[in-house]
Design a protein around this ligand. Sequence first.
Ligand code: AP5
Ligand code: MG
Length: 215
Amino acid sequence: MNSNLIRAVIMGAPGSGKGTVSARLVKTFNMHHISSGDLLRSNIEQKTELGRIADKYIKEGKLVPDVYITQCILGELDKIRTSSWLLDGFPRTPEQAEDLWQAEKIDTVINLDVPFDVIIDRLKSRWVHLPSGRVYNIGFNDPKVRGVDDITGEPLSQRPDDNPAAVRKRLEIYDACTRPLNEYFRKKGVLVTFSGRTTNEIWPNVKKYFDGKFR
Ligand code: AP5
Ligand code: MG
């Protein structure tokens, strides 16, 4: 295996900016972006078996059971053995973390630490292009034309799990199930935490860290 490959994970609460930071990382460091949420949403849109199962969990802000998501993500990683990759949204439970750690060599786990009050405000004004997962935020990274994707010209929509009840549930589940993984990866010696209120504050530090470690 090519030792110059980067195998990274990005973690953080819902709305902490994983998708936004990932877009910058994959562009700067030429990596494949695998977002578990984008994959599930595209399965829902294509009405696959996985999509049918995932739909009701996602709408309520709950986690999709480990067995479905782990198989799906490890299968995706198998397809890109010769590329660098960035996993966004997986793992999210101790079981997923252990299965990933057994299956792959992980170079680094980036943890975005953003206060919950900032997150709740952001998710209200998030608009997404569902087919690609491109994310916009009114007042932060606006689309060139309101309501329309910059690249395809297709309409933007709001995610069904960005309603206040589902956001509350997602933050609760993050605290209970996913936040403890920071300790798991810290013990493995691969965790790096970046704290801040905005992606523009966090991004230069993430880039500096990647430049130092991988270039
Ligand atoms: P997923 O799609 O992964 O959602 P999430 O983790 O809840 O995270 P988000 O995508 O909502 O946020 P983000 O951190 O990517 O932030 P973003 O960059 O968009 O998962 C969805 C669901 O799928 C889960 O709830 C679960 O049901 C299921 N699922 C997924 N993975 C699973 C797994 N492993 N196991 C089981 N179930 C799974 O940024 C947020 C907003 O902030 C954007 O609008 C952005 O533009 C904006 N923003 C960023 N920076 C700034 C700034 N500086 N100022 C203003 N706005 C900003
Ligand atoms: Mg995301």
